[in-house]
Ligand binder design. Structure first.
Ligand code: IPE
Ligand code: IPE
Ligand code: MG
Length: 239
């Protein structure tokens, strides 16, 4: 039987909050002379697998960056294909997500999504809100800078006492309100940048970059990232 890194993981030290920048779908398709959308379709299958593996591992929060505030720059056909995939994802996975006790949430301004996509994701959030398992944050029209601006606007508009503001209380105004900071940020696809993902929440996250393209990111790749995480010495500025 093939050995799995799963056997080597310390299940008592699984990162509580894992973020993944889903990247490399287009290049995966290009390598196969397929249209980019074929890469997104395959990428969606990995979302299904990795959500399940993460929940089985006992990860408490999984944040997936699926569509950024900058991704609207892409050709209209690609944007609509991604928005349609969101509907397909919810239609095909909602039952399974519920069975797995997953709580679906969104991060980002979903009011700008096409109606049907927005309704699909809202239904997923509504249906799963009483669940008690892993929180799945889907980054949809998410950008960290706009999240921070929105937080400041909310602080000002709600006449919040700025003297009360701390590094902790500021978090209440982010999409990830009541959630812990990221412990581990994974970026497949070969690029070594954050692309406007969770800039506030990433402050002390361990960063893991790998060349595997997202559609090839099977559960063993997740175990590899967590295994690597478990070898790190997190000092948080101490010694
Ligand atoms: C998926 O990968 C990320 C999304 C924005 C949906 P890409 O579409 O960015 O793939 P590459 O980087 O072009 O290979
Ligand atoms: C980051 O991927 C955004 C998402 C995964 C949603 P991109 O492919 O958009 O990032 P860049 O353009 O390489 O920085
Ligand atoms: Mg990309």
């Amino acid at each position: 039987m093939a050995t799995s890194l799963l056997d080597k993981l310390d299940l008592n030290r699984i990162p509580e909050h894992v973020g993944i920048i889903l990247d490399g779908n287009g290049r995966w398709a290009k390598k196969r002379f397929m249209p980019r959308v074929a890469g997104h379709r395959e990428g969606m299958k990995r979302v299904v697998d990795i959500v399940e593996s993460s929940s089985n591992l006992g990860i408490k929060y999984l944040s997936l960056y699926a569509f950024s505030t900058e991704n609207w720059k892409r050709p209209t056909e690609e944007v609509s294909a991604l928005m349609d995939l969101l509907i397909i994802y919810v239609d095909s996975q909602l039952k399974r997500l519920s069975d797995n006790n997953v709580i679906v949430k969104t991060i980002g301004d979903i009011s700008k999504l096409p109606n049907k996509s927005r309704q699909a994701i809202e239904k997923a959030c509504e249906t799963t809100k009483e669940n008690t398992g892993m929180v799945l944050n889907l980054g949809l029209n998410y950008g960290s800078r706009s999240e921070i601006i929105r937080a400041v606007e909310n602080i000002v508009n709600n006449s919040y006492d700025v003297n009360e503001l701390t590094e902790e209380s500021f978090k209440d105004f982010l999409y990830t309100k009541s959630q812990p900071d990221l412990d581990l940020l994974i970026r497949p696809g070969g690029e070594k940048r954050l692309s406007n993902f969770m800039l506030y929440q990433v402050a002390y996250a361990e960063l893991y970059f790998c060349d595997t393209l997202w559609p090839d990111f099977h559960e063993e790749e997740l175990y590899k990232a967590i295994y690597d995480f478990q070898s790190r010495n997190r000092r948080f500025g101490g010694i």
